[in-house]
Every structure is written in structure tokens, then in C-alpha cells.
Design a binder for this molecule. Structure first.
Ligand SMILES: *Cc1c(COP(=O)(O)O)cnc(C)c1O
Length: 382
């Protein structure tokens, strides 16, 4: 008799309950699958959930493309520079260099893992137009310090909030409810998924209009005005545009998920606290030390002894547990970015050797979490 195979434990599992299936069937029956009222409804619901006042949300087909739209608003293009973290997903840099801009890598704070405002200030040149921060594992870091540096040098701030849906700013508002250009991801593994998708939040109606033109081929498409206009086929194209909009079916998936998002985030917080409590006494492990009650946790990582980090990941993998590393190397180490200007990145390089991501889903049975904890403790003999 062979042992039954252990049930695999993926790193991320999307929560697609019956309400999502129902929403997809309904959306497919609408007949019109493009950019329309369902996308607008998702944008409105997301704006309400985030508590937006005088800020504007446009849904996109990815966070990468939302970041591209942010780069355009910031005036990124050939001859300009955008200061970025290196501990992030390369989508962020690709979105900037898509415009022809140069990325400049800044080092991170060793505790928050966000770009260090003082290091950013030292990298500003006359070509700098924007600084990007990424809220690693949902932690916002020193946003006040970063906005102060940006204000001092007249820079736009781009927040890559792909990990931070449901995280709180220092004043208690949700990430996105305040700030400059904030981008979310609704990709396949993210806290809220539209299968693929994202959103950009902008601080003015003019920039929202511009963003909507950019996302739909430069067309001057005021949907309300077009509905009222009997000559709806009549529209102008006013600028270079892209095809970055979110369609009807993904928007319906997002809308359905919003209804359970608070409960999902609450459970994710509990799981993160539980991991930290149950692994905190293992000598080789350092929890990130984040206050999960202020975070909408997308991923849960710990910092481990770098000498055996890779073996730990392989040990867990052998037990069917999908541990992962976000990220094993900074974006500055990729050959495409070899010529990009950079700070001394020793904090980033150290941190990249220590990080391990443990499985985190919206609805994770206790026996699955027990297996992850036992697997990690077993590796260290703890
Ligand atoms: C997922 C992710 C992105 C890209 O999001 P997409 O929606 O897949 O384009 C960007 N930045 C970070 C930090 C991410 O985790």
C-alpha cells in the first residue's frame, strides 16, 4: 500500500465562492462584454469601499498598466527618471521604462521594507519626475517622510499598492483614500481578483479624464455623455492612447468579491498573527514585525537564516507546501536593468536572502495552517 499523497498547499488560493460564479454567468448574459456600466459599477463600489472623497478611480486590465498610466500622469518619458525600490515585482519597473523613462533604484528601510525617504532624497536629479514606493506585504512604511521629500523636490508619488488593499495609512484611512497616484492589482493571486485587473486612483477630475483617455486608445469617451448622445458612434481621438481598460466580466468578478472583502481581510489578519505567534520562538526565524491589524495582508513572509533559506523552501515543497520567495533578487540584478542608476542597495540585497513567503489564502483551514507551522518547525528541529 502506498501512502496517500499529501494534499498540496499552494502559496495562494483565490476565493471564488458561488457569488462569483453567479456574477460571471450574469455578466456573460449581458451581451456586451467591453467597457461599460459593469466596469463603472465596480469603480463606484471600489471607491465607496475605499472611502474616497475627491479622489477618482479608474479600473484597468492589470496593475502593470495602472502603473503605466500613473507614469504617464507623472510625465515620465525619455530623458526623465523615476526613483523605485528594487525589492518589488519587475512589473513596476517595466511600467516605468515602457514610457522611455529611466528607473533609478533606491534602497529600502530594513524594517518596513519600503523605500527609505532619505535615500530617495539623495538620488533626486533635475531629470527626476516621480518616486515610487511599494507597500511590501501591505506595510506602508514612512509615507509621510516620502511625501515630504516629494513635495520638497516637486515630484509625483506613485504608490504600488498591489499588496496593500485594505491596509491603513498612518491617519487610519485606507491606502488609496489619500495620497497621489495609487495603483492596485486584481491579478490572479491578489487579495481581490478580477482574474487579471487593476485600478489607478488619481487626485483630480482632470487627471481622471486624462487617464480614461489613455486607457481607451486616446478616445474622448465620456460614457454618460455618449449615452445621452443619439450619435453615440461619434467620438474624437485626442491623444496617444493604450488598451488598458477593464471589461465587463472581470469587473463583475471584482464586484462579487467586494461583498466579502472585509471578512476575507479579517481572516487573513488572523492567519498572519497566528503564524507569527506560532513561529516567533524559533531562533532562526524573525517575523517581519508588522502590525497585521493595520494591514490588508496579501502575503505573509518571515525572515530566516539566509544560509538555509533555500533548503527550508525545498523542505516545505517536498511536503507539498508551496512556500515561495518574494523576491530572491532585487530587480536591479536583472540584466535588462544593468545600466540603470542605483543607490548602494545592501539592505535590499540582505533582505532578499532572508525572505520566505508562507501560504496565505482568504479561507485557510486550520489543519492546513497546522501543516505549514509543523513543516517550518520540523525543518529547524524546533
Ligand atoms: C502583482 C504585482 C504587480 C503587478 O500586478 P498585475 O496586476 O499582475 O499587473 C505589481 N507590483 C507588485 C508589487 C505586485 O505584487
Amino acid at each position: 500500500m502506498t501512502e496517500p499523497l499529501l494534499e498540496p498547499v499552494p502559496t495562494f488560493v483565490p476565493l471564488l465562492g458561488p457569488e462569483v460564479h453567479e456574477a460571471v454567468s450574469k455578466a456573460l448574459e449581458v451581451g456586451y462584454l467591453g467597457l461599460g456600466p459593469t466596469t463603472a459599477a465596480f469603480e463606484n463600489a471600489l471607491g465607496d469601499w475605499l472611502g474616497l472623497e475627491d479622489r477618482f478611480v479608474a479600473a484597468t486590465n492589470s496593475c502593470t498598466n495602472a502603473l503605466h498610466l500613473a507614469a504617464l500622469l507623472a510625465g515620465a518619458g525619455p530623458g526623465t527618471e523615476v526613483i523605485c525600490p528594487s525589492l518589488t515585482y519587475v512589473a513596476a519597473q517595466q511600467a516605468m521604462t515602457m514610457t522611455g523613462a529611466t528607473v533609478v533604484f533606491a534602497d529600502i528601510d530594513p524594517v518596513s521594507l519600503s523605500v527609505d525617504p532619505a535615500r530617495v532624497a539623495a538620488l533626486v536629479t533635475e531629470r527626476t519626475v516621480a518616486v515610487m514606493t511599494m507597500h511590501y506585504a501591505g506595510c506602508v512604511g514612512d509615507v509621510a517622510g516620502l511625501y515630504a521629500v516629494a513635495a520638497q523636490h516637486g515630484l509625483r508619488v506613485i504608490e504600488d499598492a498591489a499588496h496593500a488593499l485594505g491596509s491603513l495609512l498612518p491617519d487610519g484611512r485606507l491606502v488609496g483614500a489619500d495620497g497621489d497616484l495609487v495603483c492596485f492589482s486584481f491579478g490572479p493571486v491578489k487579495t481581490l481578483t478580477t482574474l487579471e485587473g487593476g485600478a489607478i486612483l488619481t487626485p483630480s477630475r482632470d487627471e481622471d479624464v486624462l487617464t480614461r483617455q489613455h486607457r481607451m486608445l486616446g478616445a474622448d469617451l465620456d460614457l454618460d455623455a455618449r449615452k445621452a448622445n443619439p450619435r453615440f458612434w461619434d467620438y474624437d481621438v485626442v491623444r496617444q492612447g493604450y488598451r488598458h481598460h477593464l471589461g465587463t466580466v472581470p469587473a463583475a468578478v471584482g464586484l462579487a468579491q467586494l461583498s466579502s472583502l472585509d471578512a476575507q481581510i479579517a481572516r487573513r489578519r488572523t492567519y498572519c498573527q497566528d503564524y507569527d505567534a506560532r513561529l516567533g520562538d524559533v531562533a532562526e526565524i524573525r517575523p517581519l514585525g508588522f502590525d497585521w491589524d493595520r494591514i490588508g495582508p496579501f502575503l505573509h513572509a518571515v525572515r530566516v537564516d539566509p544560509d538555509s533559506r533555500d533548503e527550508l523552501v525545498l523542505h516545505l515543497k517536498a511536503q507539498g507546501i508551496g512556500a515561495n520567495v518574494h523576491w530572491a533578487m532585487g530587480v536591479h540584478t536583472f540584466s535588462f536593468y544593468a545600466d540603470s542608476p542605483r543607490d548602494d542597495l545592501s539592505v535590499t540585497e540582505e533582505v532578499c536572502k532572508e525572505l520566505v513567503t508562507l501560504p496565505l489564502w482568504a479561507d485557510m483551514p486550520e489543519r492546513v495552517r497546522d501543516r505549514v507551522v509543523a513543516g517550518v518547525r520540523g525543518f529547524y528541529g524546533a
